[in-house]
Design a protein around this ligand. Structure first.
Ligand SMILES: Cc1cc2nc3c(=O)[nH]c(=O)nc-3n(C[C@H](O)[C@H](O)[C@H](O)COP(=O)(O)O)c2cc1C
Length: 188
């Protein structure tokens, strides 16, 4: 199988991925659609934040979420030091915000609207929803860290219906049809 032949053929991978298998892993895992969250905090030098699609819900009791910063992230140590963070779930119109918070721009907050949350961490205008959290624990995991955070406050902007979706390396605006509508059946 060549580097670029990502068809039906299965491949068996070892404990360490070589170059082509890293590409294959990115390609296959990119088929799992996600939302995009911008995770923020306030520091003595101003607000910080970065885009993440590793954010997910974890536990109801206690109320926990998780996300996975890369070991080479320069923003994660600042979030960790802050301790109190905000997780902003991006809406369909915020592709540029996702790109901004994944870029090398050092001040990512001058060109967007935001307000400080109760814990000081920036809440981004036009986000679909937000969670104010305190960092609970971190676990080493390969070239990333698994971070758990406890939810303190949260809310959604019901007037904004559509999420920003990330799938196969591209952005999609919203979810157009419910499964029932696509499959022509309903559980009702
Ligand atoms: C859609 C999307 C999802 C991302 N998810 C993650 C993630 O889960 N963890 C991570 O460390 N970086 C993730 N990134 C990459 C960071 O946003 C990007 O590397 C950013 O520049 C990190 O910079 P910094 O931590 O050095 O500020 C993602 C980027 C995009 C566009």
């Amino acid at each position: 199988m060549s580097d670029h032949d990502y068809g039906q053929e299965a491949t068996v991978i070892g404990p360490v991925l070589s170059g082509p298998d890293q590409k294959l892993s990115r390609h296959v895992l990119g088929h799992y659609p996600t939302g995009v969250a911008v995770i923020t905090a306030v520091t003595p030098n101003g607000p910080v934040g970065l885009s993440m699609n590793s954010f997910t819900s974890l536990s109801l009791e206690p109320p926990l979420v998780l996300f996975c910063p890369a070991l080479n992230s320069s923003t994660w140590p600042l979030l960790r030091d802050a301790g109190d963070i905000a997780i902003n779930v991006l809406s369909a119109g915020q592709e540029s915000v996702s790109r901004l918070f994944a870029s090398r721009v050092s001040d990512r907050f001058t060109s967007i609207d935001w307000t400080p949350g109760t814990n000081g961490a920036p809440l981004l205008s036009d986000a679909l929803g937000w969670l104010e959290c305190s960092i609970e624990a971190e676990y080493p995991a390969g070239d990333h860290t698994v971070v758990t955070a406890r939810i303190q406050r949260m809310g959604v902007h019901d007037e904004i219906a559509a999420p920003l979706v990330y799938f196969r390396g591209s952005y999609y605006a919203g979810i157009n049809e419910a499964v029932e509508a696509v499959e022509g059946r309903s559980n009702a």
